[in-house]
Every structure is written in structure tokens, then in C-alpha cells.
Design a protein around this ligand. Sequence first.
Ligand SMILES: Nc1ncnc2c1ncn2[C@@H]1O[C@H](COP(=O)(O)OP(=O)(O)OP(=O)(O)O)[C@@H](O)[C@H]1O
Ligand SMILES: [Mg+2]
Length: 505
Amino acid sequence: MEDQRKTEKIIEIENLFREFEDGTVAVDNVSFYVRKGEFITFLGPSGCGKTTTLRMIAGFDKPNGGRILLNGKDITDIPPNKRPINTVFQRYALFPHLNVFENIAFGLKLKKVKVTYEDKNKNTITKIEKLSKGEIAKKVEHALKMVDLEGFEKRSVSTLSGGQQQRVAIARAIVNEPKILLLDEPLGALDLKMRKDMQLELKKMHKKLGITFIYVTHDQEEALTMSDTIVVMKDGVIQQIGTPTDIYNEPKNSFVADFIGESNIFSGTIVGDKKVKFINHVFDCVDQFEKNEKVDVVVRPEDVVLLDEGKGQVDGKIVSSIFKGVHYEMVMMVGKTEIVIQDTVERKVGEKVSLDIKPDLIHIMEKEFSSNKYDGYITKKNTVCFGDGEFECDVTQLYPGSFVDEEGYLITAEGEKIDLTDVDVNVEVGLKDIEISDEQDVGGVSGNIVSMIYKGDHYQLIVRTDENEEDFVFDTEDTWNENDRVSVIIPKEKIKLSLKEEIKR
Ligand SMILES: Nc1ncnc2c1ncn2[C@@H]1O[C@H](COP(=O)(O)OP(=O)(O)OP(=O)(O)O)[C@@H](O)[C@H]1O
Ligand SMILES: [Mg+2]
């Protein structure tokens, strides 16, 4: 996929890193490139680092590490006004006291251009001059034409609709004839209908102008319809780069699959050569994985075919059916697992059916997590500190046959007395071994639910702590809400410990 994108690179980003003064890492070692004339979109949930990345490309923010190249030249230290880049911001700011013409002309009036002419002695003379009134008027007119607002010059911006104001903001950016236009959620403030119209207009404008667009959105549909290339981000890290079709059809992990479009995500196991078992059935697939590997299996709702009972691969029962305009969205239960299916043919609730999935429509990806691993240390009370918290644990597992005496020393099978205070340990906790409670302080640490992905018969949740943003990833059948504040409970016997290094005795 990468080698197909051979056309000339206009922007290259190498290992970009941005940590704010408060320790927030907004962009974590990000590398990618943008081809000349491309429409590239940054897509990801709120707070994933999209705006920060864009601000660094524009020059409004400085990276703590990495480089930004423009046409092969390092521009990391060049101020924003010296870069051939213009930005349409997330919250657009027009000057309310100026009319449409003046808003767009504002930057041009400050602009100085190099003019070269020959004097009467045939000497070439170069002068720096301001643009003439006539030139400014011509440029503003052209920009207004681009955004379909001819004749709006004299209108006060406060009388314009949201969509029109947004178009003025875009005209103001393109009037400078930038080589690259950065657009940070430019349609975020508009209602759905207007957003759809503006999406088409922006796309048209991109074609007409022939310049490079770097676009930011958290709306997956917007990204899919508008972009040549999509960069999916999460927590400051790029998850996948590809064409809309790549990203939709071949998501690299369950985060991308869940974020882009609707998906069924199942936990599966590879049971043989191109054979994967999920929903208690062995399916043929096309991806090669190691035998016995635990995997995530992604199947799009439109890729599941419904047949009469007994005619397909797995039988089940329809438990819900909703008409969605063009297709029906139906939920089929196979045992305790829900499968979402889209089909133009309706199956009634209660109907017994069978499903069929073609091998190449079964997308298999490495499981992102098989267990949680932390660095920890033992305390004086024989508890263990890790993941921003303190948990009861069984320290005797570090020495088979040992026990803890009344004074809190560990006595080994050989009768040796060991003080474990401050000893560093590796801590491992399985995905099924974490519970949460909305009662604060009953667990070892508190945090917020930052992610919840449905996996067919259970949810995979991530609870993130406040202090050092430590993650606890686990499976649960209970429903919670994102941003719920919870405390993390891990039964003592589920905390697996191992020594970082042998204790010197
Ligand atoms: N000046 C700052 N100081 C400290 N933290 C910041 C600063 N600017 C951004 N952040 C943090 O960096 C992370 C990334 O922020 P950013 O604005 O890039 O996200 P985003 O992807 O644009 O989100 P949204 O979709 O909400 O606009 C967030 O956690 C944010 O709180
Ligand atoms: Mg943003």
C-alpha cells in the first residue's frame, strides 16, 4: 500500500513528538508524509492529538522532538508566516466589525510581494511592494467565486449563516494562495444538512484549486467521503494510514475497525491453516496466523449473509430488526453472542436463521492485548504498588513454598528470612481478572472509563488513572458508559508477580 503512494511528497513528518508542560503527551512519535495535491485527513476521537499535529505543521506550536520537512527542506524552526501554509481553524474567527470583503482582504493588505521590472537602462530591478487596491480586489473576487459567495463583498459577517461564515473563513485562507491548506474540523459547528453540502463543496474546491488539503475531523463518515488518504489516530499515536477503502476493508486493529463504520468484533482462536474459530464454529479465512493464536475477528454487518435455518454455517435467532431506509439492521443471537447484520431482505424477530460469511470477508487481526503488564514494587505491608495504585497481593508466589511471618518477613522454604520492602516486581493481570465498581475507594485505584469496545458477547473496557494515565484493560459483560468514574478491583490471587532481579542475599 505504501509503495503505491509514489507521487511527490510535499510534507514529510519524522518522529514528531509533543509533550506539554503539564506532562501531557499529545503527539507521540508520529511519522507520515503527504503527497502534493493530496486530500489527507486526520481522524480520531477527541483529544487524540489532531489539532496539535496540525498546529505544528502550521508552525503555531513547536515539537519537542522530530522534524517537519516541506519539499525536502526542514521547516521545523521556521515561523508560521514564512510557511506557504494557511489554516482554517476549529473555531473560526472572523472579524465581526469588518464586512466580507475586508475580512478576506485583511491578510492581503499586509502582504508584500517581490516585483521585478526593467528600468530604462535595461537593468533588472527587484522591489518589495504592497499589493495594489486593484490586485487585492481581483484576488478577493476570485476567492469569493471559489466558495460560491460572489456578490457578498459588502455584507456584514454577522448577518451571514453559519455555512456562509465558514465559507468566508475558507476564502480568507485560500486568498493567500497557500501551497497547503490546513482545515481543523472546519464544518464542526454546522448542522448535518449544511455539513453534507459543505463537504461536497470543499471536495470540489480541492479539485479546482489543485492544492494540498490536510483536514481534521472526528467524523468517520466525513473522512471516508472526502479523503484520498486517512490517518487514524488514537492517544497521539497513528493506528493506520491508508485509503478510505483500505481503512474500511482492512482495519489494522479492533480500534480502527470499531471507529470506522459498524463492525462485529469477536474473540477468536486460530485452529489450523487459515482456519479460525469464533462463535463456536470453525470458519475458513484468508489470513495466515500462528496456530492457537488468540485473535480479534472483525466482520462488517453487510458481509453476513442470512439463510434459512440449517442452510448456512451457524444457526441462530433474530432478536431485533430495524428498517434503516435502504436496508434492515438485524441482530441475530448465536448462543450468548450478538451479531449485527445488514440486509435488504427482512427477517422477522423470532425467526430461526443461519448465517454465512465468505472467507475473504473475515478480517483477522492480532489481539491488541492479552494481558496487562506493569512495573511495580512491594511495600512494607506486603502489598504491591503499580498502575498508580496499591493492591493486596500474595507475595509468597515469588518464592514457592514460602510464607509470611507475624513481623511481615517472608520465610522461604529453606527457612531464609527476606525483607521484600521496595523490591521491584513485574506485575501481570489478565483481561478477565479485573472488576470495577462505581463506589470509589473500594479498589486499589480510581480512574475513568476511556474506551468501551463491544466484542460480540462482552465489552472490552479501558480504565485510565488520573495521575500517570495508567491503563487497566479488561473484559466484562456489564454495560458501563464512557467517562464513568470507577474504582479498579483485582482479587489478590489474580495478581501475578515475578521478581525483576534475584534478590542478593
Ligand atoms: N496547551 C496545552 N497544554 C496541555 N495539554 C494540551 C494543550 N493542548 C492540547 N493539550 C492536550 O493534548 C491532547 C491532544 O489535544 P488536541 O487538541 O490535539 O486533540 P484533538 O485530537 O484535536 O481533539 P478534538 O477532537 O477534541 O479537537 C489532549 O489531551 C489535550 O488536552
Ligand atoms: Mg482539535
